[in-house]
Design a protein around this ligand. Sequence first.
Ligand code: ZN
Length: 233
Amino acid sequence: MKVTYIHHSAFLVELTGHTLLFDYTEGDLPPIPKDKPLVVFASHFHADHFSAKIYDLEKTQETVYVLSHEIGKRRRAMRDVTSPIHLVYANETYDICGLKVTTLQSTDAGVAFWVEDGKAAIYHAGDLNHWYWAEESESWNKQMAGDYRAQMAKLKGKTADVAFMPVDPRLGEDGYALGAEGYFAFANAKAFFPMHFWGDFQVCRRLKESEPFGACVMELEADGQVFDLPEDE
Ligand SMILES: [Zn+2]
């Protein structure tokens, strides 16, 4: 499995039978294999996760779109798209292009994706995170903690081959790793890619050094970085 970090929360994942692109808005895409379908995911409509640029990708290869349902309200942008567009809702499981796609409810907007191709499992959180804001009220932060935990409980006992999760330095020293901690309280990951860190690549190293699950944290250093990961038989 080959994983390329594109920018912010966008990753390209090359599997045996599919190529997956998550939350692409900007940055250079490497050449995308033409011999298998490209499945383009967008977790929600916010500008740091969704751009109508993704609709150009169908011009160069077979493409399928998996978009959180609220993106469907922006129909003008998808007017000329001829490829299949699947608008998905939270807490559902879909069979899309031979992939099993399960969604979670984001604590921000839209959905998170758990994708299985029969060999590998990939988790992309979108903006599903334990957002901890010191300036919010205690009750807001408590509600958030409970909401996040309820979603993570649905992943109990699962292991992702690759997990992409927000590690946002804006949440401060007490908050930036809470989403990851909540995930690992219920589930596991062979490779954990931090994302949504606004160019502050240092958080990857901080996380790797400070947390008990640090061994699986991938150290991102730049946009465009490529990781070749072993695939189980
Ligand atoms: Zn975001």
